[in-house]
Design a protein around this ligand. Structure first.
Ligand code: FRU
Length: 505
């Protein structure tokens, strides 16, 4: 891990600078070193949120997958733990989930010591090389010591390949009404649902997805989760499915469907896919299992397979998004998921600077380079647009590198422009303009997090989100608000944030 060099990258470092490298995110999870992709095995147990992740420990490029591991008590400050799962004779360890088997249904623990069970996809590179079909199957492993050590089940794989080339990313939950575990698996252009009483024997129930939703590429990392409809006693199931390529702004993205699930079949309310995020850097996200207080907590991989392996960092490659709380709302246009950054993030605020309220005619500096504030910072802004048609927020540094977010009312869209954001030429598509449909409204609330190498913009309580990587040569330390006609700043605050790597509470 030490001594890796790459011409033109900003983040070259040695171990004494760990987590202090110039582009290293300060409020996002990144692995201490080397390659990371999807979050895996998200599960809460005994006050700890577990985060496992697709990890190649010997390179900063994708390779034979292991499960890296970290735990947190607040979803923000992470303690890195040893690698949890290594490849074995059945293959490398692809994406999957973890559950607390409280009643020891699996028999892998005991009533007194119920197991934590990881359910993952095996990917056999040898079969793949020979051009075989049965490359992927599902295996399990268990831990009796709060996830610190893992034992692979001797009877693996628990779900053999049924003759399908793509067969991976098992996500499991306990459906108490039918006393069964339900597994959702990604199978190329659809998902399959399986059920089990013991996590070891699985029966196929049904398939969902062919001809429905977005099919620009292969379906991956599904998650079926029951959610209360906000303000109602009713609940629905949200089915999240990542697709690559096929995202609205190119490459990898996550679509979702809302509907009913009876333990066998998923019945969607609508046939069309909705998008969890309009930015290009949010993929393979799934929810935490076993979270207290019925919160739906979620985390995504903040990258895109279009360029994930070419990012200009060396020591580590790729980050997770901020953890988010998903809410299900019934809106005029049907059900929708809102994604908001978790409230635990408020604990990172170390300075707070309110903005002067009132009219802005042409431009206003919201954060000035002199204010001794630079990424990571957070910005809350409540705007009345009045008659303005083009409003821009410009995040920039002292080298005039800038990422621009626009509210383009004439075109009825939000725009994210990172063409001049810093390093962009490692991938042709990185500079493409990103857009999201804008509802007809004259009030826009923004909640924005700027880190060393990313910007996340939550619009109107998470109705639309842009999660985007950026690689400026210097951290962004100023923000300008520009408008073609007068608007009103109803409310606004800028918060300086402390690093999650400074101390673990
Ligand atoms: C999604 C994915 C999964 C797979 C894993 C391999 O990014 O392609 O489908 O399990 O990554 O690392």
């Amino acid at each position: 891990m030490i001594g890796l060099q790459s011409a033109g990258a900003i983040g070259d470092s040695n171990s004494s600078d760990l987590y202090r490298e110039p582009l290293r995110p300060q409020v996002h999870f990144t692995p201490p070193a080397q390659w990371m992709n999807d979050p895996n095995g998200l599960v809460y147990l005994d006050g700890e949120y577990h985060l496992f992740y697709q990890h190649h420990p010997y390179s900063n490029k994708w390779g034979p997958m292991h499960w890296g591991h970290a735990v947190s008590r607040d979803l923000l400050h992470w303690e890195n733990l040893p690698i949890a799962l290594y490849p074995d004779k059945h293959g490398a360890i692809f994406s999957g989930s973890a559950v607390f088997d409280r009643d020891n249904t699996s028999g892998l623990g005991s009533a007194a010591r119920p197991p934590l069970v990881a359910i993952f996809a095996y990917h056999d590179h040898a079969i793949e090389k020979q051009g075989g079909i049965r490359v992927e199957s599902q295996g399990i492993a268990y831990s009796l010591d709060r996830g610190r050590t893992w034992i692979k089940y001797a009877g693996n794989p628990v779900l053999k390949n049924p003759g399908l080339r793509d067969f991976r990313d098992p996500k499991v939950f306990w459906m108490s009404s039918i006393h069964r575990w339900i597994m959702t698996v990604a199978v190329k252009d659809h998902v399959s649902f399986y059920s089990s009483k013991d996590l070891r024997h699985w029966a196929h129930e049904s398939d969902f997805g062919q001809g429905i939703g977005q099919h620009g590429g292969v379906w991956e990392c599904p998650d079926l989760v029951e959610m209360k409809v906000a303000g109602e006693i009713e609940s629905r199931y949200a089915l999240l499915v990542s697709v690559n390529p096929g995202a609205p702004n190119g490459g990898s993205g996550t679509q979702y469907f809302i509907g009913h699930f009876d333990g066998r079949r998923f019945d969607p309310d609508t046939q069309g896919a909705k998008w969890l995020d309009w930015g290009t850097d949010n993929y393979a996200g799934v929810t935490w299992s076993g979270v207290p207080a019925s919160r739906t907590l979620w985390l995504g991989w903040m990258s895109n397979w279009n360029y994930a392996q070419a990012l200009p960092t060396v020591q580590w490659r790729n980050a997770m998004t901020l953890p988010r709380e998903l809410k299900l709302v019934r809106a005029d246009a049907g059900f929708a998921l809102l994604a908001d950054p978790v409230h635990e993030l408020n604990g990172l605020r170390k300075t707070s600077t309110p903005m002067s309220n009132g009219g802005v005619e042409h431009s206003k500096t919201l954060v000035s380079g002199d204010a001794n504030l630079s990424a990571p910072f957070e910005l809350m802004l409540d705007l009345k647009l009045i008659d303005a048609t083009l409003i821009s927020l410009v995040f920039k540094n002292e080298r005039s590198e800038a990422t621009v977010f626009r509210i383009n009312r004439a075109e009825h869209r939000f725009e994210l422009d990172r063409a001049k954001s810093g390093l962009t030429d490692f991938a042709g598509s990185f500079s493409n303009l990103q857009t999201a449909p804008m509802p007809d409204t004259d009030r826009i609330k923004l909640h924005i997090f700027v880190d060393k190498s990313s910007i996340e913009i939550f619009i109107n309580d998470g109705q639309s989100v842009f999660s985007d990587l950026v690689f400026p040569h210097l951290p962004y330390n100023s923000v300008d608000l520009r408008t073609d006609r007068e608007i009103e700043v109803v409310d606004g605050t800028v918060y300086g944030l402390s690093s999650i790597w400074e101390k673990t509470p």
